[in-house]
Design a protein around this ligand. Structure first.
Ligand code: GLN
Ligand code: ZN
Length: 769
């Protein structure tokens, strides 16, 4: 295709870039500051240096406009709270005493003031700090950070485009402050907030910004007419300001849907839209509103959330259509590049044949630049890049890694019956009762026991070659013995081996399944200074051999009581990895499910009667738009059943999820057809038990009675109270007694006492039955 548009200069840009630096310098500096080893001036200088380095790199790569203000010491939503003066009362003194320390106090809490709550940023694995607002919130503009960063970039001679979280999304992401009525709607503060944005925009204009980007990702979620009216009002008012830069309103992560006509009609100069994944529907949406005459369109055609090279020709085709729909079309990644690692060329351990399929932040910038060049000067101008891209895509499509005939044949042969247990629940339950002979209100834990620094050190020693595999395994076995001994002494009914061999519940399996790659430097920010290296699900998934049987068998050999096998479910295996974009997620999930199914079969053959398959990510992976959820839940629950339904009726399948809010997936929980489900419930006083009962959930339930998020040891009486509350909803022969989640982050002393209390509580309530 040759697309030329002689008149317009098509610009290349991105909305944000990884903040950490090539060697996670930011993490080191910030944590050093917390520990008193780095002073404030040095921290600031490190941060400024990293920003400079990023902007130079972006400009050298050929971006015409660089984003500013996307940098953060901790979180950009917290930065926005500071920008609008929304500091919770409990942190005001700290902020007044020292802005930087006050900032970190809001992020991390202090001895006597809790931090802001943290939650997931849309459907990514990034977490933001939730603004706390109330009817008494008084906003006040503080544009210091935005102005300073814009000026830094401008001083380098670059076209800086400050990026701000937009006022509507800011309010929609907020929650009522702790002392405020729970039904308070932060969006009612819009009129108070807009003047603050007006002031910041004026300051940015004075600092030389020609364009400012206002991010409104909350508008890609299902919104009420009132929300949409608020958005219309916000951009009508901001658009009407006279002292302001040009406004680019950005959305990403999904399609704008009914918000698209609202923004298209707003008096702003540009829109930035995502055209990847489900957001590809923006293309039709844009055509339906008659395009964006007179406006600038920034087209997010390079997926900013995954790690794969773009299909440049496909993107050019999309851009070609868009040229007819807006006055000016620029090219960008679909969202901030915050969600991908920095540079694929740093990965020296990945087979070069596979490495050429990868595009991290740096490579994505090159793709954006190539596409903008092709638009401006024709595809001939980028012929070498297009050829290399074609070759990379062909190599991926034709590779034995992405096309394993045995795996493909097996997934293709899956039938509806393969994903169904052989007997209905009631019959299985009877067989399990006869086989397991558990007492009423059986006690168990969720899987992991404390991951001590000693265990982590043993793993580090193994990696570094300081100890050999035999020594490491002996260490793991010793831990398993200790965990089993403790559980027997404490009197738990269904034991676990404690997961001492696992670095992480996804990575442990990813390392053993073919089709997954590990990166050396693929860090992405999870929150604050916490970075994770998600595995890359690159190819067809198969299980070369058993993954957990050895440890479960070792544990079972040490006790007469049943030991639960412990696996991570298919949805979670996908959710906490970078997934393939060359086939439907459902297909990838099915491959993982079949690998797990074999592991389940091996566990059963080794004498395991209870097998737990954790799916903590089932809810967080829900598509942003309700219209897409049924399809997702259908494949997600099918994958779980495919993994677990190959067992005999008397084998008991458990699942576990880590949250108390799951009203929207109740029917999916039922569709898992697990015999037992454990959930978080201690902090919400067993509310989940009521909800499940109200929904007619017929199977066994273990609502957590021990909040594992703090070192506090719950008293017996407290857990007795919770169990009695649970019994109001769930009959005694279907109620389990367990903590909210795994104990890996806890220490041994509190774990011991808490579990002893838990067993005592179960016994006390059991005696009343
Ligand atoms: N089995 C896991 C554990 O106990 C479950 C963790 C989780 O749900 N996040 O650690
Ligand atoms: Zn959990």
């Amino acid at each position: 295709m040759t697309t030329t548009s002689a008149s317009a200069a098509h610009r290349a840009t991105v909305y944000g870039y990884p903040r950490q630096g090539p060697n996670r310098e930011l993490k080191k500096a910030v944590e050093g500051y917390w520990r008193g080893r780095v002073d404030a001036a040095t921290l600031r200088e490190t941060a400024a240096g990293l920003r400079r380095e990023v902007w130079r790199q972006l400009a050298d790569a050929g971006l015409h406009e660089v984003p500013t203000g996307d940098f953060s010491y901790y979180d950009h939503v917290l930065d926005t709270s500071v920008m609008v003066g929304a500091v919770p009362d409990r942190h005001r003194a700290a902020v007044a005493a020292d802005a930087l320390d006050g900032y970190f106090a809001m992020a991390r809490g202090t001895r006597d003031s809790a931090p802001l709550e943290m939650t997931k940023w849309f459907d990514t694995n990034y977490h933001y700090l939730v603004p706390e607002l109330g009817p008494d919130t008084v906003f006040a503009a503080d544009s210091t950070k935005q102005v300073a960063e814009a000026s830094e970039a401008t001083a380098l001679g670059l076209a800086a485009r400050p990026v701000l979280l937009g006022p509507v999304s800011y309010l929609l992401l907020a929650k009522p402050a702790p002392d405020v009525a729970a039904d308070f709607a932060p969006l009612t503060l819009l009129d108070r907030l807009l003047p603050v944005y007006a002031e910041v925009l004026a300051d940015l204009r004075a600092a030389g910004a020609r364009w400012v980007q206002l991010d409104e990702p909350a508008l890609v979620q299902d919104r009420t007419p009132a929300d949409l009216n608020a958005a219309a009002r916000a951009y009508r008012d901001l658009g009407a300001l006279t002292d302001r830069p040009r406004l680019l309103v950005a959305s990403y992560f999904d399609r704008l849907g009914e918000a698209l006509p609202v923004l298209a009609a707003a008096p702003v100069e540009g829109l930035a839209l995502d055209f990847t994944g489900p957001a590809a529907a923006n293309l039709a949406g844009l055509a339906a509103v008659g395009g964006l005459p007179g406006k600038r369109l920034v087209a997010g055609v390079v997926d900013g959330r995954n790690v794969w090279i773009n299909d440049l020709e496909k993107s050019l085709a999309t851009l070609g259509i868009l040229l007819g729909l807006a006055d000016r079309v620029d090219v960008a990644a679909s969202c901030s590049l915050l969600h991908v690692p920095l540079d694929a060329t740093a990965e020296r351990d990945i087979d070069p044949q596979v490495a050429r399929w990868l595009a991290f932040a740096r490579q994505k910038v090159d793709e954006v630049v190539t596409l903008a060049r092709a638009l401006a000067h024709g595809t001939e101008a980028v012929a070498p890049q297009l050829a290399a891209n074609r070759a990379g895509l062909a190599s991926r499509a034709g590779s034995a890694l992405t096309r394993d005939p045995a795996v493909r044949a097996r997934t293709a042969a899956v039938t509806e019956a393969d994903a169904r247990r052989g007997q209905p629940y009631a019959e299985r339950a009877a067989a399990q009762r006869a086989h397991l002979r558990l007492p009423l209100l059986p006690t168990t834990t969720i899987g992991s026991f404390p991951q001590t620094s000693e265990l982590r050190a043993a793993r580090a020693d193994l990696r570094a070659g300081r100890v050999d595999a035999a020594a490491y395994e002996a260490r793991v076995e010793a831990e398993i013995r200790a965990v089993i001994d403790f559980q027997e002494r404490a009197g738990l009914d269904v034991l676990v081996h404690g997961e001492p061999e696992r670095n992480d519940m996804v990575q442990y399996f990813a390392e053993q399944l073919s089709g997954y790659l590990a990166t050396q430097h693929g860090w992405v920010q999870s929150y604050g200074t916490r970075y994770v290296r998600p595995p890359v699900l690159a190819g067809d998934v198969a299980r070369p051999g058993p993954m957990t049987v050895r440890w479960t068998r070792y544990a079972q050999a040490r006790t007469e009581r049943p030991v639960k096998g412990m696996l991570t479910g298919p949805v979670t295996m996908l959710a906490w990895s970078f997934v393939r974009d060359d086939q439907p997620l459902a297909e990838t999930a099915r491959q993982v499910a079949l690998a797990l199914r074999d592991e389940v079969a091996d566990l059963e053959a080794a004498g395991t009667s209870v097998i737990q398959v954790d799916e903590p990510a089932l809810r967080e992976t829900l598509p942003l738009r309700a219209a897409d959820r049924a399809a997702y839940l259908a494949w997600a629950t099918e994958a779980f059943r495919l993994a677990t339904s190959g067992v005999r009726p008397r084998t008991q399948v458990h699942t576990h999820m880590c949250y108390a809010e799951f009203g929207d997936i109740l029917s999916a929980i039922d569709a898992l057809d697990a015999d037992v489900i454990s959930l978080e419930a201690a902090r919400s006083h067993m509310r989940v038990a009521d909800e499940l009962a109200a929904a007619g959930y017929p199977r066994e339930v273990g609502p957590g009675v021990y909040d594992i998020h703090s070192p506090r040891v719950p008293e017996v009486a407290e857990m007795v109270g919770l169990l009695r509350a649970g019994l109001v909803a769930v009959p005694a022969d279907r109620l389990w007694v367990n903590p909210d989640c795994g104990l890996k982050t806890r220490g041994w002393p509190e774990t011991r006492r808490s579990l002893e209390h838990l067993v005592a509580a179960a016994r006390e309530v059991r005696a009343e039955q």
